[in-house]
Design a protein around this ligand. Structure first.
Ligand code: NAP
Length: 264
């Protein structure tokens, strides 16, 4: 069996949990391979991607700030990556470089396993944020048949652009929402919460936070205290990583290893 060369590229990259997850998965599956983190400056992105292809890498994950720019170096994009306008997974093949977005499927898988039996189909969802993660979640919810999608963002123009892109509802209020998803970076490494309108949120609404450090964010703690069901960011992190495995190896991923490494 040939050794699988894998990597994550970003700038900065030291904070990334991807090496821990993928190294644990390679080990659990007894697959020969290595997964390394490369700090790649924006002006070196093309050289880095072409370099990995030339060096025989099987695949790579792509993180901030390269998820949009890396599309330039892909020969093909899958449907999710094209819709979202961002790539978080590359596969180097004999016929070129393929770009994927596993945040879309990773979010839906984490929601499905976090709240078994609950589906966003026909429901109203309020997304906080309008960056790359918000775009992935918005298109995921659109694809899953969400009835109404609203976006609230610090920069109103970006919210309006994303609402228009997904055919969302610019007037969706917290009291309409069956699902609240934090896709801002607020709460990452802090005690801040991106949401305070708890009296207005529909009772029974599901609350998700993409932020995964800390695992129990201030948003999730406040939601739980008010009786909302919650889904934290580590599940999505594990599921999107497992989906990249499926793309690279074309086989079922060792999901338990990804989940254990994420929560470890
Ligand atoms: N769990 C997972 O698997 C997973 C996957 C992807 C991302 N994430 C997490 O999701 C978060 C967002 O990632 P991203 O890639 O979308 O980042 P991004 O493209 O940089 O977008 C950041 C978003 O957060 C908002 N924001 C930042 N600081 C804010 C503040 N102080 N107050 C209010 N809003 C603020 C920004 O609003 P403006 O538009 O006004 O700047 C923007 O909407 C990060 O914490 C990331 O780690 C988790």
């Amino acid at each position: 069996m040939t050794e699988a060369r894998l990597a994550v590229i970003g700038h900065p990259i030291a904070h990334s949990l991807s090496p821990r997850l993928h190294t644990a998965a390679l080990s659990a599956a007894a697959k020969p391979g290595s997964y390394v983190a490369f700090d790649v400056r924006p002006d070196s992105l093309g050289d880095a991607v072409r370099g990995m292809a030339a060096l025989g890498f099987l695949g790579a994950n792509v993180t901030i700030p390269h998820k949009e720019a890396v599309r330039l170096y892909c020969d093909r994009l899958d449907g999710g990556a094209a819709a979202v306008g961002a790539v978080n997974t590359l596969k180097f093949t004999e016929t070129g470089i393929q770009g994927y977005n596993t945040d879309v499927g990773g979010f839906l898988a984490a929601l499905g396993s976090g709240i078994p039996g609950w589906s966003p189909a026909g429901r109203a969802a309020l997304i906080l944020g309008a960056g790359g993660a918000a775009r992935a979640v918005a298109f995921a919810l659109q694809g899953a048949g969400a009835g109404r999608i609203g976006i609230a963002n610090r920069t109103a123009d970006r919210a309006a652009a994303l609402v228009a892109a997904v055919g969302g509802d610019p007037n969706l209020r917290p009291e309409d929402a069956d699902l609240l998803v934090n896709c801002t970076s607020v709460g990452m490494g802090s005690e801040e919460s991106p949401f305070a309108d708890w009296e207005r949120l529909r009772p029974g609404a599901v609350v998700c936070d993409l932020v995964y450090r800390p695992a129990e964010t201030a948003l999730l703690a406040a939601a739980r205290a008010r009786g909302h069901r919650t889904v934290g960011g580590l599940g999505m992190l594990a599921h999107q990583a497992a989906l990249t495995w499926r793309i690279w190896f074309d086989e079922d991923p060792p999901l338990a290893a990804f989940l254990a490494a994420a929560h470890g």
